[in-house]
Design a protein around this ligand. Structure first.
Ligand SMILES: [Zn+2]
Ligand SMILES: [Zn+2]
Length: 174
């Protein structure tokens, strides 16, 4: 029977938020929740803007290209941007989400233990998704797959378009 007061005492000390006035306490908690929601919103916003496709690419894609880097696996998928960031928030640790490496998620096809699915980019010409060759090289090396050093140009493996030159050309037409 001693437990309840003991726990509330500890909880009260830990949080140290109680003013002793229930109305003020409610206001305080409400304010905290607003701050948390704002922080999460800002994080999602910064993530959304952190598109590695390069600025002013002229390609409006609502979706995210997801590609498995395992050379023996051909998993690709498209996902709604919002769902993708939700998935990242659900599946990744803080370090995985904010570290130096591009976020990786588990592949439902090959189930590689190292999480082998990365976000790709869409070719502005054929609109197919592919992984930036530099990212592909680095992630494949990290996961122990054979990897070839990336070509100096950002070339679409599907149609051979030089993506940056294509974007520059499109920018001129505007
Ligand atoms: Zn896979
Ligand atoms: Zn292409």
């Amino acid at each position: 029977m001693l437990r309840t007061p003991l726990i509330s005492k500890v909880a009260g000390r830990k949080l140290d938020l109680s003013t002793g006035d229930p109305t003020k306490d409610k206001l305080l908690m409400g304010g905290l929740i607003v701050v948390i929601i704002a922080a999460v919103g800002a994080m999602v916003w910064s993530l959304t803007r952190g598109d590695k496709g390069g600025g002013g690419d002229g390609v409006i894609t609502k979706d995210v290209a997801l590609i498995c880097v395992n050379p023996k696996c051909s998993y690709t998928d498209d996902m709604n941007r919002q769902d993708y960031y939700q998935k990242l928030n659900d599946e990744l640790t803080f370090e995985e989400l904010h570290g130096m490496n591009p976020p990786r998620t588990a592949c439902s096809d090959c189930n590689h233990p190292g999480k082998s699915v990365v976000q790709g980019i869409y070719c502005p010409n054929c609109r197919k998704g592919f992984v930036n060759p530099e990212v592909l090289f680095n992630v494949r090396r990290q996961l122990g797959f054979p990897a070839q050093p990336p070509a100096p140009k950002l070339m679409c493996p599907h149609c051979g378009t030089d993506v940056l030159a294509f974007r520059a050309e499109q920018g001129k037409k505007k």
